[in-house]
Design a binder for this molecule. Structure first.
Ligand SMILES: Cc1cc2nc3c(=O)[nH]c(=O)nc-3n(C[C@H](O)[C@H](O)[C@H](O)COP(=O)(O)O)c2cc1C
Length: 383
């Protein structure tokens, strides 16, 4: 039986607040922060306020069904878990807790290139479909070696992140002199003075132990040891090569321009991930919900379109579904969840969002995804 981490009336913001109170400032800032001056981080949230919902009258919504498929995998709801690295900063069970929560919710989780546990262990913990998020390394040999390990671990979907040729300028990380794995420096110990729970978790194998935030090491055919790249330059040639090497579906994560979609689709990919990396990379870019409609238009149903960035409520998620997203991904809510209560906290975050999506559907007059159309949303008049 799971432990109730959430209280009646809680929102994802309450979970975030609980994570803030539990984690040392360095760890919380690394999870919560964004790139540059966090203009896009704020915009990813406020942009939802500019869209208003238009509920239908007199619909029988007494039974509802949120289920769908994503790239052929059935999911219980159109909400997936985004790949997030560094999860061990939040809880010692890290990705294991997240994928178990995802499996409990009947949905798909992305697994980052920068995990704290071996990807085989994470795949075994989930027992269901997962996406492997790849930061392609620089050489073809290294890419082949990683893909072999990922395939052998049982992953079918490859999610290639294309917006990280260099890490964003994350001031909260720079100011706290973040280094992974986290070590008990005098600064961190000072921060922990009011965070005994986190320190206890650390001592039991949490953030400081294990390979927190480190990518899998593989041996290339030439015998060199290699890993996915932290600075990952992805060109059309790299995507074409990955297409040749990988049999299963490929999602390109980090697309923000509609006019590029025709070329991306022509590379033989299966999904487009509209993403600004949770506002952690280039600052001053639009919120993803702002560019979603033009990207959906340009893709014109040829591949599935996913979106992430700042989704925290059922109404946020419903807006993206109405605008044509196949599914929405959330990242930080799961990290707040494991910080607040391990696997049960992550499962609680997903169940909260499921209840909110379900309630939004009912109140909109929709019983399933098939009932959604663009008449259900409109832009707020400028005040
Ligand atoms: C702490 C943290 C680590 C992340 N690590 C990765 C990563 O390793 N690879 C990746 O493609 N995206 C990564 N992301 C971005 C997420 O996949 C996703 O795009 C983003 O979190 C969605 O926004 P949200 O957190 O507001 O829901 C990370 C995000 C966070 C917050």
């Amino acid at each position: 039986m799971s432990r109730a981490v959430l209280r009646p009336g809680d929102s994802i913001d309450d979970l975030r607040e609980r994570a803030r109170r539990r984690l040392p400032r360095t760890a919380f800032g690394a999870i919560d922060g964004g790139g540059g001056d966090e203009i896009t981080l704020r915009r990813n949230r406020t942009a939802f306020d500019d869209l208003l919902l238009r509920p239908r009258a007199l619909r029988d919504v007494s039974t509802r069904d949120l289920s769908t498929t994503v790239l052929g995998d059935p999911v219980s709801m159109p909400l997936l878990v985004a790949p997030v690295g560094y999860a061990r900063m939040a809880h010692r069970d890290a990705e294991l807790a997240i994928v178990r929560a995802g499996a409990r919710a009947g949905t798909v989780c992305g697994v980052s290139s920068f995990t704290s546990y071996p990807l085989e262990e994470i795949a075994a913990a989930a027992g269901g479909p997962l996406w492997y998020q790849l930061y392609p390394p620089a050489t073809s040999d290294a890419r082949k070696a990683i893909l072999e390990r990922v395939r052998a671990a049982g992953f079918r979907v490859l999610c290639v992140t294309i917006d990280a040729p260099t890490p964003g300028i994350r001031r909260r990380e720079l100011r706290s002199r973040l280094q992974l794995p986290l070590r008990l420096t005098p600064r961190l110990l000072r921060e922990c003075a009011t965070r005994p729970g986190w320190l206890f978790d650390y001592a039991r194998g949490g953030a400081g132990r294990g390979r927190q935030g480190l990518p899998p090491v593989v041996r290339t055919p030439g015998g060199t040891r290699t890993t996915p790249a932290a600075n990952s330059v992805v060109t059309a040639d790299v995507v074409a090569e990955l297409r040749e090497l990988w049999d299963g579906p490929i999602v390109l994560k980090g697309v923000m321009r509609a006019e590029e979609c025709a070329e991306l689709v022509s590379l033989g990919i299966d999904g487009i991930g509209v993403s600004n990396h949770g506002a952690r990379q280039l600052d001053s870019v639009p919120a993803t919900i702002e560019v979603l409609p033009e990207i959906v238009d340009s893709v014109a149903g040829r591949v599935e379109v996913f979106v992430d960035g700042g989704f925290r409520r059922g109404t946020d998620i419903a807006k993206a579904l109405i605008l044509g997203a196949r599914a929405v991904l959330v990242g930080r809510p799961l990290l707040y969840g494991i910080a607040a209560g391990g696997e049960d906290g992550a499962a609680g975050a997903l169940e909260m969002l499921r209840r909110e999506i379900d309630s939004t559907f009912a109140l909109l007059g929709a019983t399933s995804l098939a009932d959604l159309d663009s008449s259900l949303v409109r832009r707020a008049p400028t005040r």
